[in-house]
Design a protein around this ligand. Sequence first.
Ligand code: C2E
Ligand code: CA
Ligand code: CA
Length: 761
Amino acid sequence: MIRIHVLIFMLTAFIMLATVVYIATKHKIKNNKLNISIVQLLVVASITCIAYTFAITSQVIEKAEFAYSLYFASVDWILITFLYYARQYTKIWNEGYSAPLITTTIAIADNISLFCNSRWHHAFWLESQTLPSNEWFFAFRINDYYVVHLIFCYILVALVVAILLKKTVLTSGFHRNRYLSILILFICLILLNVLYLFFSFPIDISLCFYAIGSIVVGYYTLMYNPKTFVEYMLTTITERMECALLSFDENDTCIYSNQFANRMFCPSGDKRLLEERFRKWKAGRETNTISNSSWNDIYNFSGDEYRFDVHFNKIYDKKGYYCGCYFSFYDVTGDFLAYEEEKYRNSHDSLTGALNRESFFEEVRRLLDENPNTEYVMCCSNIKGFKLINDMFGAEEADKLLVRAADTIRERIQPGSAFARLEADRFAVLMPKVRYTEELFMTGMNKISNYLNNAQYRMTILLGVYDIYDREAPVISMVDGAFLAIDSIKGSFKNTIAYYGDMLRHEYMSEQKILGEFEEALQSGQFAMFLQPVVNMDSKVTICEALVRWIHPDKGIVAPLSFIPLLERTGYIYKLDLYMWEQAAKRLAYWSSIGRDEISISVNISVKDFYYVDIIETFTGLVEKYNISPRQLKLEITESIFMTEKERQLEILNSLKEYGFYIEIDDFGSGYSSLNMLKEVPADILKMDMAFLSMDKNAARGRKIINTTISLAKALGMQVIIEGVETKEQLDYLSGTGADYLQGYYFSKPLPVKKFEDTYL
Ligand code: C2E
Ligand code: CA
Ligand code: CA
């Protein structure tokens, strides 16, 4: 009988040590207090088992006595480690309590006392006992001190029970089992031990249950995961998910649908509706033949459109048999809308909602390519003097005007057309040729212009139409063509619609030709300076104006109007002007050298020059290089230089004037803000063209204007040059007006330098 017990006890110790090895290899021990506590508990329990086995097998009383002492002492440590374990497991009193120190101290004292028992036998003494099987062993009989040991042990027991009980009561139903089973196990072991101690059981059979205990403890603490709890958790998660979930078993019976799915597909909660829907979706296919897939779908709920990412997935068991499937629907409406908005923002003009330049070009290309049998026209519009509108009415009004223009255009075009605001006031429309009528645009343009028209201002909108005959050509050249057509009527007050026809095409070609020849012509000296005299009232020539002529090898002498506007538009003018200014300075230097420095030369400065050239540096450089006086070189500017960056240009003019140059305002009266200009520009001379004043028609008024302007200039301390004097009558009239100088064909046309010098020097 003892042998059987010994076998069981050794087996128990083995199982517990094996459990320790298992935990140590499969679970993290380091820094994991719970795992450490289990390992400690099992090691101490194994020692207890082994000690007790020695105690009941020892035939020598001293050895038996020592083994019993070890056995009793290790019971202290079992309870202490169990307490530690219970605290870690339940997380009750597991942090910051001084109890461990007290219990450990008492346990050590108790242990010392137990090991001293062989001396005084104050705790127990041994007596041989014979079992019914006739085997004998040393049994122990308790003495007074043993009570102290017991009390200490039962206090520990009470603490453990209290902790486990508290946790069992306070935890959720899902987890109660984990604590309750440990509690029951613990109580059983204690009860068995009590039986042994107080009801004269010969052998402590509670030890046999340590093995079961170790497995229970290991299982519940490390592996137990209640299925119902997991299920509950998963259901809760899926119920709350912001996506619809539907699952069907192998017979296509709906076994689960979360709240979201019910809201979407069957508010009534009738699962048969879902099954019906599923069958419709399958369209006669066997579920297990349909492969996993994802797609996008649109659903309408209470009138609103929603977009969903839908996924269909099949589920297989571990052996690979099909057992069901599920659908998940993710609402991507928000993302979709954000994407659409972003796309819209990137492709449309934020002010008017029309397409922007890039997307218009793309859209035009697409329309042309996708409709090879439709003929199209490109219509571009431009508001005349839009900058002026900005100045007069303010940016806000100008913006409103653009919005209105865009709306009006939109009303007039139909699907299959494209419409864009290319920049500022430039709109473009591509439309099928059959739909285009002049009337369509005239009414639209009238509607838009009425918006701002008032007594002081009449707005004009210009339309250029490019008939797309070369659909493969770059879209930009079609747009350019339409704007070129507009340019051709800019000066006209009658026409508001122009077509890019053969004539314009021809003009375009010849412009391209001019641009192509320009550089070479400049290098090879084909540009010549002509000089036109400006006479004073005593008929003496003290000023002349430098005017360029292109001595073309094929075309002969080409007048500036056929290339200057083009060079200005394309930004090349500065090259020509730099050349002309240098020619003038050179000539002045020569005249000084022959003692004729009383004659000065006026040079023309284009608006564009201000952007491409450092005007101040260039002119001061020239006078220094040729050692002439800045007074000899007069600078002609027009009002147009104030169209943009007024402050900057004013600063430049002031510096030039300070340096000693004379500033002339050319073509005074042709622009829109002439009076303003007079106020701000530090000019010395005002040039007025008679041609502006159409002397024949309204001669009386024209004269009044000249007279008034002259006295105004005088009052401002300026001299006046009247240009375009062609007849004796004009001269006669002008001599009485107070004008200082006259210039015009009446006196002389612009002459080649040599001829000018022969005549006037
Ligand atoms: P502008 O500065 O107003 O020059 C006066 C223009 O009037 C010149 O035309 C001149 O030949 C012309 N003209 C002179 N007297 C009379 C007259 O009695 N009757 C009429 N009908 N016209 C007269 P041109 O030389 O053809 O120059 C035209 C314009 O080209 C100039 O107008 C000027 O703006 C520009 N231009 C000429 N040369 C240059 C240049 O070297 N640089 C720049 N940037 N522009 C130039
Ligand atoms: Ca001029
Ligand atoms: Ca002029």
